[in-house]
Ligand binder design. Structure first.
Ligand code: ADP
Ligand code: MG
Length: 320
């Protein structure tokens, strides 16, 4: 049975979650009304995903719903913020109920798991695109930013790099990967893990942080630039999964780890004296991490292998 805009909202988006205590008014009025806690900064981030640009048209809708939110939550993680509220602007070519059912189930799976409430949005007709605005809260003065790395700080990353990029290579038909490995890699592409707990424990310890959406080479350059330092990265220390290593040669693995986007891991810097605290804090959140280099004086990024500077001009994903 076809349904209109309001029915669609009622059916797929309203009353799908346990209400949060700090939501005074949710879906159904002209605005949502939210009550941030005292002494917290509100962190806000918006992302748009356009069909055929940011995802394949035939991407399973539940994965799309999950990933759209997970990717946006990754920005909150990078600020050390706790997720609170989200709004969803959907542009749909038509009302496709089976698609909406799947999309909303994936979306709410992520929303419930990470404790963020859908409090509003918009529905319009047009080429498929999804815009999310997430809001989180971070205690005043504990926010993680990109501009506070210091010379001598270690550069670290959570998890493994390059998996999502190899999955994408396979979807483009440029890599032939056995099904077990492919399942792992596609899961990394379609169901990224926003490192929220890591971000929360790092906010007392790390000096700067960014989430890896466009590729390490491009994202780490933002920390270097905004902090006024040079990032020196040891290529041999990049954390690479067995699945990546088994299905690429070393050069390609490094390239994917440096430039393939969509890892949604955190890259952060920490003073050498606080590295032990990082180890125990991240062990508590069950997050693996690797030290991949150090901040130095100068600017930009330098890559080293066997202590020699290597010339790599890898750029991450650029929209224009
Ligand atoms: P208005 O015309 O005042 O902007 P709408 O008619 O667009 O309001 O939306 C009605 C209510 O439904 C609003 O509270 C809005 O935030 C909510 N809403 C609209 N689209 C979505 C959506 N995709 N997900 C969640 N809530 C939505
Ligand atoms: Mg509207």
């Amino acid at each position: 049975m076809a349904c209109g805009e309001f029915e669609l909202i009622e059916r797929y988006f309203k009353n799908r979650q346990e209400p949060r205590f700090d939501v005074v008014k949710t879906i159904g009025d002209d605005c949502a009304l939210l009550a941030p806690a005292a002494e917290q900064l509100v962190a806000i981030s918006t992302d748009t995903l356009v069909s055929g640009v940011h995802f394949f048209e035939d991407m399973p809708a539940d994965s799309l719903g999950f990933k759209a939110l997970a990717a946006n939550l990754s920005d909150l993680a990078a600020m050390g913020a706790d997720p609170s509220w989200v709004s969803l602007a959907l542009t749909l070519p038509e009302i496709d109920e089976p698609w909406l059912e799947l999309f909303s189930s994936g979306f709410f799976k992520a929303a419930d798991y990470y404790g963020i409430e859908l409090v509003g949005g918009d529905v319009t007709k047009g080429p498929l695109s999804i815009t999310l605005t997430v809001q989180g809260q971070v205690p005043k003065d504990l926010q993680l930013t990109r501009d506070n790395a210091r010379i001598g700080d270690w550069i670290c990353v959570t998890g493994n790099l390059g998996d999502a990029a190899l999955a994408l290579e396979s979807l483009y038909g440029r890599a032939d990967i056995p099904s077990d490995d492919l399942e792992y890699l596609i899961n990394r592409l379609y169901h990224p893990t926003p490192r929220l707990h890591a971000g929360q424990v790092l906010r007392k310890i790390a000096s700067a942080a960014i989430d890896l959406s466009d590729g390490l080479a491009s994202d780490l350059a933002h920390i270097a630039k905004q902090s006024g330092c040079k990032a020196v990265v040891d290529i041999d220390s990049l954390p690479l999964s067995d699945q990546l290593l088994r299905n690429t040669d070393t050069q390609q693995a490094i390239k994917l780890a440096l430039t393939g986007g969509e890892d949604y891991e955190l890259c952060f810097t920490v003073s050498p004296s606080a590295l032990g605290s990082v180890e125990s804090a991240l062990a508590h959140t069950n997050t693996s991490f690797a030290c991949i280099g150090q901040m130095n004086s100068g600017e930009g990024i330098e890559f080293r292998q066997n202590n020699q500077v290597v010339d790599i001009d890898y750029r991450g994903f650029a929209h224009f």
